[in-house]
Design a protein around this ligand. Structure first.
Ligand code: ZN
Ligand code: ZN
Length: 299
């Protein structure tokens, strides 16, 4: 991410703030993808994150953390605002070796059995890197998700949808969330996921212009193919901010991540394109689909 992009991003955020329709910017919003990783905690506390979420009228948020226990720290700070997921990255560098250790499964089972965690993820599969999707620890992690009937948030970076479709077709009874709508994938790829896997929810975090992009045009409204797909399947989409600034890089261990500084900017971006959809669809994407996924009753 170069500096020029970065300041352009700030300008767009200011414009978006000015353009947001009155009232909408304060509607309750379910953010299904945030992190509270150790390299973020160096810059912001759990209490400060919770204060940010409340100011933005977030109804609830799915938190995934490295190491995973930081999601429980967020839960203690935020209560009903926080839905903690079990991250298999159970130590600071766990992303590199979680799939080699039986211990990952023991910790997952303990955390799910006790009810501390309400999902599993985020689990990453990057093209050219291990693990592969047939890794035995991953396969058994999915079996635990099935046993405890919790959703799994999966990030796959690939040139097409096939790897994710392989996972969902092998696990038809499992609730799966496809992170970032596949990162670099197009609406045509995601249509094939939706049509082949009834149980999959697609989420749009990090598809903002500053990271993966590809979702909206110069007006920051959905590109026609995405709009058509969302209107055709309004029950199948979720939205998150994923305030990790270096989300598209694989190595982030050398410096703190200032992603939470951009939370409001990322949220404004998503609220803006959602506000352009028919009201019933807006509400599904911003809140109701996530409520249904987590069986959260309306007030
Ligand atoms: Zn991701
Ligand atoms: Zn993420």
């Amino acid at each position: 991410m170069c500096n020029r992009n970065y300041s352009a991003g700030l300008i767009v955020a200011l414009l978006l703030g000015a353009m947001a329709s009155p009232g909408w910017s304060q509607q309750p919003f379910a953010d299904v993808h945030v992190h509270f990783n150790w390299d973020q905690k160096e810059l912001i506390s759990a209490q400060q994150v919770v204060a940010k979420l409340k100011r933005a009228n977030i109804a609830f948020t799915v938190v995934s953390a490295t190491p995973t226990e930081l999601a429980l720290e967020m839960k203690r700070a935020g209560g009903d605002l926080i839905i903690p997921f079990f991250s298999p990255y159970t130590h600071a560098l766990g992303k590199q070796d979680w799939y080699l250790h039986e211990r990952t499964l023991q910790l997952a089972e303990e955390g799910l059995r006790s009810g501390q965690y309400q999902g599993i993820g985020e689990v990453h599969f990057m093209a050219g890197f291990r693990p592969k999707i047939d890794n035995p620890v991953f396969v058994r992690l999915l079996a635990l998700a099935r046993q405890y009937a919790v959703p799994v948030l999966i990030h796959v970076d690939a040139g097409n949808e096939q790897k994710f479709v392989d996972i969902c077709r092998q696990n038809p009874a499992l609730k799966l969330i496809f992170a970032h709508a596949g990162g670099n994938l197009y609406a045509s790829h995601i249509r094939r996921v939706i049509e082949q896997c009834d149980q999959v929810m697609i989420e749009f975090s990090a598809r903002d212009p500053w990271r993966y992009g590809g979702l909206t045009g110069d007006d920051n409204l959905l590109l026609p193919a995405w709009r058509e797909l969302v209107l055709e399947y309004p029950e199948r989409f979720l939205v998150g901010t994923d305030p990790v600034w270096k989300v598209t890089r694989t190595q982030t261990w050398d410096q703190a991540d200032e992603g939470w500084d951009y939370f409001d900017q990322l949220l404004s971006y998503h609220r803006h394109w959602i506000a352009d959809l028919p009201p019933a669809v807006q509400r599904k994407l911003a809140l109701d689909n996530a409520r249904r996924l987590f069986a959260i009753k309306k007030d």
